[in-house]
Design a protein around this ligand. Structure first.
Ligand SMILES: CC(C)(COP(=O)(O)OP(=O)(O)OC[C@H]1O[C@@H](n2cnc3c(N)ncnc32)[C@H](O)[C@@H]1OP(=O)(O)O)[C@@H](O)C(=O)NCCC(=O)NCCS
Length: 188
């Protein structure tokens, strides 16, 4: 598993002061996500609020996509875990806080590979981590289709919040294993 994690970091580069220039032209079509990766990700990372990873690419001046991760938890009752016997009120999770794929690289499987990378990170943490969790806008059809096909589920009876955001979760213990990450770097 440790080797599998190294393969993630062959494909993903941590966001650093030196690599920030790579996202200057980033455009995934979502203004909030663009401004996050260009303006806020580095500052938040320095405050240890999240960690952002950029897809490596040759030439290295562009960035096909990014993912930003934080630790989190999810109420056990939302997941069906410990339904009969509430052992832990909350279950440990990894939050996919933000993710985007540049328009020029969309529909080539980058997001699927970023999800595989997140699974691998969660499964190789030297700490318990049962779920991946994320929030998605109900109007975001492409992202909903992606998460649904990747095995994420909305908790039973869960309604979108006042901002139209849905909680989705993925059970690392029962869903498909992380497998190999194979980010496809072919330029168009
Ligand atoms: C959502 C997003 C990350 C998908 O990135 P991507 O690299 O194009 O996605 P992939 O090529 O890996 O596609 C995987 C699956 O997602 C779904 N999908 C992706 N784009 C889609 C679209 N425009 N319409 C419908 N389904 C779509 C499909 O199920 C697709 O599988 P398929 O190609 O076999 O049909 C990208 O569109 C994006 O950055 N959007 C703006 C930012 C955003 O919404 N981020 C997520 C916030 S929660």
């Amino acid at each position: 598993m440790q080797n599998a994690l190294s393969s993630v970091f062959n494909e993903l580069e941590p966001l650093t002061e030196a690599s920030r220039y790579r996202v200057e032209d980033f455009d995934c079509g979502d203004a909030g996500m663009n401004s996050f990766v260009k303006e806020h990700a580095w500052r938040q990372q320095r405050k240890l609020l999240n960690r952002t990873f950029l897809v490596r690419y040759d030439p290295p001046d562009s960035c096909p996509g990014f993912i930003s991760l934080s630790t989190a938890h999810i109420a056990s009752q939302l997941t069906g875990l410990f339904r009969n016997q509430l052992v832990y009120e909350n279950a440990p999770a990894l939050l996919i806080a933000r993710m985007g794929v540049d328009r020029r690289f969309q529909r080539r499987g980058f997001a699927r590979d970023l999800m595989a990378a997140a699974r691998l990170v969660a499964q190789t943490l030297p700490a318990g981590c049962r779920f991946l969790v994320l929030h998605v806008a109900v109007a975001n059809t492409p992202a909903l289709a992606l998460y649904d096909s990747e095995g994420f589920r909305v908790p039973e009876g869960y309604e979108p919040d006042e901002n139209g955001l849905l909680l989705m979760f993925y059970d690392l213990a029962t869903r498909k294993p992380a497998g190999q990450v194979g980010l496809s770097f072919a330029s168009s």
